[in-house]
Design a protein around this ligand. Structure first.
Ligand SMILES: Cc1cc2nc3c(=O)[nH]c(=O)nc-3n(C[C@H](O)[C@H](O)[C@H](O)COP(=O)(O)OP(=O)(O)OC[C@H]3O[C@@H](n4cnc5c(N)ncnc54)[C@H](O)[C@@H]3O)c2cc1C
Length: 595
């Protein structure tokens, strides 16, 4: 109780300090000048997880003139404080403020999407998981040549600068010296450690390196962080040295409306990009290719606004179809979880430190960006295979994040980022189980009332209710923890809501858990597959396995939207890899040295 109220006071005071810092940072970050001077060889649309990689790698070729157009602003200093995730980066200045439509178990709500240089990597929870080797072998088995695990592993390694010597020494799986700093979450609290031990006691293997040879088990989480600070792809790939390249222009505050295609005989070709910049609407000419990296919601939107998409839908919303590509916006895939209100009630509460200590440290950090500040989202995870996963599929189908909250540590001081987090973290830890490979798929449409505004996002969460089955198993595993020695010795118990209508049902049965979920489910902010890659035989494939948009010349897509389906973990690291692979495809096509 005292931890909660202390945390509330703490959060209010911190909020006051940070609000001032935020206002100043936002003012500074606003781009007022348009510095674009075309034509460019490559125009990268969207400076997110993949787009920053593409702009950086393509501009390594000094004879190529590269432009990066990003709708959002530069990253603020306070964004480096990982614990501010979910609290200070969610407003309209740094987020698209998208809403989802009612579909499946999704009642319609908000979904986060970074509108900032670095994209979602600048606002996310920092987990840096590659997924399972089987994810990429599966992509390859669908006919996507060049995407097997053997093919993509060198690219994961190329971008990485792993800061944990024990992990970095495994050079078969890890890289040292790449642009992207990666380190294990620096602070792991005693309660999460107890949960990890309880899972081990319940038969889940302990894994040292989730991005190494084995993924399935209970493991600490790697993060896109550098010595405790957030390390977005903007910080990693658009370093001051890269930004000084004379052949690279980065224009923030520039929202792309459409790619302009040539008219006339033959295949249409991308010839220019139209955007709304800080000094009004502008068209910039293009010599070689547009690289669309606007993410799983905006990349299909921009294609459709350019006349590339399902013909009947384009006609319906008043956009003239140029290329009838039925797969654009289809196949939306995301990790899914049910909202069960299940918690671990903890025997011990964490120590917040004195308010003065915490405020002094945060204040110093926000104003001067100095001080040893580290933080984390969920410091550990369980990846496991339920009995519903096919025997010949090596991937896990369930992820259980352990921790369930953000918190902030400084030397000798522990606090947390928000009253909400404090409430749930310090006395209890939320429990959630995520279906990593649901059968349910959704789609994206243009909004007829304003095609250039917010797209219509239909996640179709648990549209196929068989997707709940592995989740029931994860809940049963959580119940099993109640009888572990670790739980008994440390006075930890599992608590769950039991609405009236569920009391007659057999405890722990499928029906019981389904009833406690009360039809509430959500996608996990990892949307993929809306411009899916695929071979010629795949009629819904939007891009070729080399990421070229079908039916046109001069448009590549590089972001989460090209994945044929979700991977077995959080998606940021995969988007970095996609930026690396896609940039090399372009270099190969122009006979430029790669690697
Ligand atoms: C709140 C949150 C938490 C998350 N936590 C994690 C996590 O802990 N670990 C993890 O691995 N993944 C996490 N993810 C998901 C992960 O970060 C994303 O999957 C990944 O960053 C997507 O990369 P992307 O390149 O596809 O798109 P993005 O990173 O979204 O980049 C797209 C960029 O394009 C810009 N853009 C869009 N439209 C236009 C336009 N019209 N004109 C110009 N620019 C445009 C956007 O502003 C953005 O900068 C999280 C996501 C969110 C939202």
């Amino acid at each position: 109780q005292s931890s909660c109220s202390a945390a509330s006071v703490f959060a209010t005071l911190v909020a006051a300090i940070v609000t001032k810092g935020i206002a100043t940072a936002q003012q500074k970050a606003k781009q007022t000048k348009d510095i674009v001077k075309g034509p460019y060889d490559f125009i990268v649309i969207g400076g997110g997880s993949s787009g920053c990689v593409a702009a950086s790698r393509l501009s390594e070729v000094s004879s190529w003139k590269v432009l990066l157009l990003e709708a959002g602003a530069e990253e603020p200093n306070y964004g480096m404080v990982p614990a501010f995730y979910n609290r200070y980066l969610t407003g309209p200045f740094y987020d698209w403020q998208y809403k989802t439509q009612k579909s499946g178990w999704d009642a319609g709500g908000s979904t986060g999407r970074g509108k900032i240089l670095g994209g979602c990597s600048a606002v996310n929870a920092l987990h840096f998981t590659r997924g399972n080797a089987g994810d990429f072998d599966h992509w390859s088995s669908l006919g996507n040549t060049g995407w097997s695990y053997k093919d993509v592993l060198p690219y994961f390694k190329k971008s990485e600068n792993n800061l944990n010597p024990a992990i970095a020494s495994d050079t078969q799986y890890h890289g040292k010296g790449g642009p992207q700093d990666v380190e294990l979450d620096r602070y792991i609290d005693p309660n999460t450690q107890l949960l990890m031990k309880a899972y081990e006691e319940a038969g889940i293997a302990s894994i040292n390196d989730v991005n190494g040879a084995k993924q399935i088990g209970v493991s600490r989480a790697p993060s896109s962080a550098s010595h405790g600070e957030r390390f977005s792809t903007n910080r990693a790939f658009l370093t001051p040295a890269v930004r000084r390249r004379p052949n690279l222009t980065v224009q923030t505050g520039a929202t792309v409306r459409r790619i302009i295609l040539s008219s006339g005989a033959g295949k249409p070709r991308a010839v220019a990009v139209e955007y709304d910049g800080p000094q009004g609407r502008k068209t910039v000419k293009l010599n070689k290719a547009a690289v669309l990296s606007a993410g799983s919601f905006n990349s299909p939107q921009i294609l459709m606004l350019s006349g590339i998409g399902p013909k009947s839908h384009l006609n319906d919303v008043g956009i003239k179809p140029v290329v009838d590509l039925p797969g654009v916006g289809q196949r939306l895939h995301d990790h899914m979880f049910a909202k069960g209100n299940v918690k671990f009630l903890l025997g011990k509460t964490a120590n917040l430190g004195t308010q003065q200590q915490i405020i002094a440290t945060i204040s110093q950090y926000v104003q001067k960006r100095t001080g040893p500040l580290t933080a984390t989202g969920n410091p550990a995870n369980v990846f496991f295979r339920s009995k519903f996963q096919k025997a010949d599929d090596p991937r896990p189908d369930i992820q259980i994040p352990l921790g369930g909250s953000q918190y902030l540590t400084t030397t000798g001081v522990k606090g947390c980022a928000s009253p909400e987090a404090a409430g749930t973290y310090f006395n209890q830890l939320g429990f959630n189980a995520i279906n990593l490979h649901p059968k349910s798929r959704g789609h994206i449409l243009l909004n007829k009332a304003n095609p250039y505004g917010m797209p219509l996002i239909y996640h179709n969460v648990f549209g196929d209710e068989s997707d709940l089955k592995p989740i029931y198993e994860a809940f049963r595993l959580a119940v099993k923890l109640n009888s572990t020695k670790v739980f008994r010795d440390n006075n930890i118990t599992l608590s769950y809501n039991k609405p009236k209508q569920c009391t007659q049902l057999t405890f722990n049965s499928d029906e019981f858990w389904k009833c406690t979920f009360q039809g509430a489910g959500s996608a996990n902010q990892h949307p993929t597959s809306t411009c899916s890659m695929g071979p010629d035989s795949d009629k819904l494939a939007v891009v070729t396995p080399r990421l070229a948009v079908r039916g046109v010349e001069g448009i590549r897509v590089m972001d989460a939207s090209v994945m044929p389906g979700t991977t077995s973990g959080n998606t940021n690291a995969v988007c970095v890899m996609i930026g690396e692979v896609g940039s090399d495809f372009i270099k190969q096509d122009y006979n430029v040295k790669t690697g």
